[in-house]
Ligand binder design. Structure first.
Ligand code: PMP
Length: 428
């Protein structure tokens, strides 16, 4: 297709040079589809991005979560440049790291101490290691997605390459199911070091769920870790622990902290986090990199000054209500289901007749891309989105639903989909 000529050519070359032509699975063609959309983005501004063929998109992926203010924001750029002129990283820490640590302790309810790392996975890994060291126990309970390290990914279908002995130390529980945790705690009495969970999943915690989790972990001497890599800096400044007024022992933050710069953190009770001082090993070369810290300080200031979280909820609700109206209008409530809380929400797709959920997802995705919307089903709201972009999204979603109805009527996507289906590496 001419419209995506450069993307198609570069993807072909890229696949020879790097797995799937991307450094993150969910940025690859396996998630966006192939042949009917872009594969490479050249630049962004605010809520818009341009692919290498020059096509423009309104972006609701927000770079998989990091973008909370907007792409290429001048204020954040200025903060980065100001720091760049002093230097990127040094042989000793820079004072800006202490300034940022103080800021996080100030805004995150349970944080008494902070350690900076780079990826969300580094932060969850650090939290799990601290929980094991603190309790002297080995087993971990997981609930949600927690990154690429052995203790978590070994518990999923993508466990190739991870020793069985490690896999046996991790158990999973379903979200909002307190009984499942109770039964694990009694089955493995005295063996569970910590439970790590994404405190906001799907439509959020049922009344009292997080409070019960807090009581149960306290009673059993289990470290409670909130994985706020997604929920932090998206739903509220202090994350889910502020929103629901529940204090875990440790929190992992990442993604939205610095409007795209790579920085994450593990924060929490001093008596646990400070085990790092005793040699519980959490230490990386780039942990003291300062450009990301400058970006984080500026991002947090803008989020506060502009009352970002009120805006994320208002716009997200507008989008969600609009989608719901369209689903009713198109009679698709069983095939497409709204999912998530306003600032991070969208659609999940179900199969129908001979069509799989990925058939339905691909048909919808094709229309979104064709009409200039970049989305992965679930959308993030950032400060540069406005009601106009929500309206455009809804107009295009209506067209996408039209295509889905055609596919259902034909019981086939063959005549509609112009390329390869979406085919995630990490399947639900
Ligand atoms: N926890 C959650 C909830 C996440 O969504 C992710 C990333 N999608 C991670 C941890 C891992 O973060 P990263 O990819 O930055 O290592």
């Amino acid at each position: 297709m001419d419209k995506y000529k450069k993307s198609i050519a570069l993807l072909k070359k890229a696949r020879e040079l790097t797995p799937l032509g991307a450094q993150t699975y969910s940025r690859s063609f396996r998630y966006f589809g192939e042949g009917y959309g872009p594969s490479f983005i050249e630049r962004g501004k605010g809520c818009k991005v341009w692919d290498i063929d020059g096509n423009e998109y309104i972006d609701f992926v927000c770079a998989l979560g990091p973008i909370t203010i907007g792409y290429n924001d001048e204020r954040v750029n200025e903060a980065i440049i100001k720091q760049l002129e002093k230097g990127i990283i040094f042989s000793q820490p820079s004072p800006i790291s202490i300034e940022l640590a103080e800021k996080l302790v100030d805004i995150i309810p349970c944080a008494e101490m902070v350690r900076f790392v780079k990826n969300g996975s580094d932060a969850t890994e650090a939290a799990v290691r601290l929980a094991r060291a603190y309790t002297g126990r080995d087993m971990i309970v997981v609930c949600g997605y927690h990154g690429m390290h052995d203790w978590y990914i070994g518990s999923t279908a993508n466990h190739r390459g991870i020793p069985e002995q490690i896999r046996q130390l991790t158990k999973s529980v379903d979200y909002n199911n307190i009984e499942a945790l109770e039964s694990l705690l009694s089955e493995y009495k005295g063996q569970i070091a910590g439970i790590i969970l994404e405190p906001i999943q799907g439509n959020g915690p049922e009344e009292g769920y997080l409070q019960k989790l807090r009581q149960l972990t306290q009673k059993n001497g289990v470290v409670l870790i909130f994985d706020e890599v997604v929920s932090g800096f998206r739903y509220a400044l202090g994350g889910a622990s502020e929103l629901y007024n529940v204090a875990p022992d440790l929190i992992a933050f990442g993604k939205g902290m610095a409007n795209g710069m790579p920085i994450s953190a593990v924060a929490g009770k001093k008596e646990i986090v400070d085990l790092i001082s005793e040699g519980v090993f959490v230490s990386t070369t780039f942990g003291d990199e300062t450009l990301s810290m400058a970006a984080a300080l500026k991002t947090i200031k803008i989020l506060v000054d502009e009352k970002a979280f009120d805006k994320f909820w208002t716009l997200g609700n507008l989008m969600q209500e609009g989608i719901q109206r369209l689903l009713l209008k198109n009679g698709l409530e069983e095939v497409l289901v709204t999912h998530g809380l306003a600032p991070h929400q969208g659609l999940v797709f179900n199969g129908i007749r001979d069509l799989s959920y990925l058939d339905i997802n691909s048909i919808f995705q094709q229309k979104m891309l064709e009409e200039g919307i970049l989305s992965l089903g679930i959308n993030n709201i950032n400060l540069s989105h406005s009601q106009n972009e929500i309206k455009t999204y809804l107009d295009v979603a209506d067209m996408g639903m039209g295509d889905i109805k055609k596919a259902i009527a034909a019981n086939s996507i063959k005549s509609i989909l112009k390329g390869e289906k979406i085919d995630p590496i990490f399947k639900r």
